[in-house]
Write a protein that binds this ligand. Structure first.
Ligand SMILES: [Zn+2]
Length: 80
């Protein structure tokens, strides 16, 4: 399973995106996405690759212009 569209880090959930993501749902909060939700392609503690999560659970790192899951980003900043 690959990312829906790695070139598009922020999407509004439409039916196509819902179908592609809701087998797993949002890996940050475990809930399903809803139509019209804003989701971003983020890196997180789940490991390999980036996944779509709700935008409000992600932090945009200004240096790399990449989204990170909030808790994961905090642990990175804490310097592990
Ligand atoms: Zn979520």
């Amino acid at each position: 399973m690959n990312d829906i569209n790695a070139c598009n880090p922020k999407i509004i959930m439409d039916l196509e995106a819902l179908n592609a993501t809701n087998a797993q749902g949002c890996v940050a909060c475990g809930r399903k996405f809803n139509l019209g939700d804003t989701a971003v392609l983020a890196c997180g503690a789940w490991g390999s690759g980036s996944r779509y999560i709700h935008e409000n659970e992600a932090v945009l790192d200004g240096r790399t212009s990449q989204y990170f899951e909030r808790g994961y980003y905090m642990s990175l900043k804490a310097g592990t």
